[in-house]
Write a protein of this length. Structure first.
Length: 115
């Protein structure tokens, strides 16, 4: 089963940006679609990227214009660019397969946004 390692989290002020990275133990081309998920304190884990366009609710509306997933099939990495961060973006961020998380969850990377 593929191992996933997330990195790049940290403490950032509201309005700032962070770029998270996910490294896979094997080719992400062979894995297929990948996504980023987060778990805020006291809440269930939710998908934050990629988000469907239009009226779909697969992601929180608050992230749709601010979070972007980047995929590098050569480096076998999947990044999450987060802009205009808000305190409510605080949580542990994970990568996994998309649209269903079928892989083992890694340790995630903590993102804390201060107001």
């Amino acid at each position: 089963q593929v191992q996933l390692v997330e990195s790049g989290g940290g403490l950032v002020q509201a309005g700032g940006s962070l770029r998270l990275s996910c490294a896979a133990s094997r080719s992400i081309f062979s894995i297929g679609a990948m996504g980023w998920y987060r778990q805020a304190p006291g809440k269930q884990r939710e998908l934050v990227a990629p988000c469907a366009t239009g009226g779909s609710t697969n992601c929180p509306d608050s992230v749709k214009e601010r979070f972007t997933l980047f995929r590098d099939n050569i480096k076998d990495t999947v990044d999450l660019q987060m802009n205009s961060l808000k305190p409510e973006d605080t949580g542990v961020y994970y990568c996994n397969t998309f649209p269903e998380p079928r892989g083992s969850w890694g340790q995630g990377t903590q993102v804390t946004v201060s107001s």
